[in-house]
Design a binder for this molecule. Sequence first.
Ligand SMILES: Cc1ncc(COP(=O)(O)O)c(C=O)c1O
Length: 392
Amino acid sequence: MLPKKLQKKLDERTANNSLRKLGAVTNLIDFSSNDYLGFSKNKTIFKRTAEILNTENLKLNGATGSRLLSGNHQLYEQAEQQIAKFHNTESALVFNSGYVANLGFFSSVPQRGDLIFYDELCHASIRDGIKMSDAKSYKFRHNNLKDLTSRCHVERPPAERAGSRNLHETFEIYVVTESVFSMDGDQPDLKLLTDFCTQNGFHLIIDEAHALGVFGNNGEGLVQELGLEQEVFARLVTFGKALGCHGAAILGSKALQEYLINFARSFLYTTALSPHTVATIISGYEELSKTPEKVRLQSNIEMFQNEIAARQLESHFIESNSAIISCIIPGNDRVKHISEILKKKGFDVKPILSPTVPKGQERLRICLHSYNKHEDISHLIKQLHSLLKKDV
Ligand SMILES: Cc1ncc(COP(=O)(O)O)c(C=O)c1O
């Protein structure tokens, strides 16, 4: 039997209509996956991956150990060089997923006595990593540089505020945000934020999980679209979203890479990715530079925004120019109900419930893809329009 305290927590979730359940994969029209460019089903990537494995004579089903022991097969070096070049950075270090990359980074980089400032809507993986750190952490209001500025001022140790040089050498300040927020689809003003961090000597970390493949000429992400790659301390890119496969990398200096290899426990104490997975990452990056899918995705994003404007629905949506567009429908019951109705009409649009998002901010998280048809987008918006008006 489950211990009573645990059962009570589950019962509370049931009472709030927020109990999570694993669902089956459906054949509905996809407005929910993170496969923005359709790369998970891309045949060129699939074939190229097999070709790489054959050329390298890597007939292995698994990596056989952690990267420091037996798992560092030759594709890792190839992938990391390719990723670093693509992202115009000194080095890339591949982790098993974005979640473990954030855990590894934030649990090992900021030290006792250091300060971390993070956007209040940062992903769970960032917050969990911060919780494991010995540094002090403070959240600032979402995308609010003014709030960050005043918090930095208030929370800095007093002697540093008074300008003591010695103290500054004893602690570092880290600022972390996302270039595209996973639940809201919106962005911080990255130019202002990098200027602020550069001027103050703070280390800026940007999670680009939902920007890779969506922003930048070849899908390099928002940091590169804005030409800010030399001003950030570290970036995270993940491969389970627009790249359609699995894994992640931390981009930064060679020295940072060496530090993480030595101290990031989620890097050290786990079996490495299989050669097949790393070959898929390599093929995914090759495809990013060539693919027409990015243009199709941008056209769908533009079309979606035009249609909601034409129907005067903007006030229901969080402003976004990314592939994630959230329609706020307060209340777990209501948002679940609307998502069920849409499901019956053939659309896969996921409700995001509290406590994943704050109470009153429950929403339908609509993800757009290169492969969504214009007529399906139109139809979805039409259905949504009538549901929102009917107040179901
Ligand atoms: C902003 C952000 N960072 C990190 C992650 C974790 O990435 P992964 O799915 O590769 O573990 C996610 C996943 O949802 C995310 O949205």
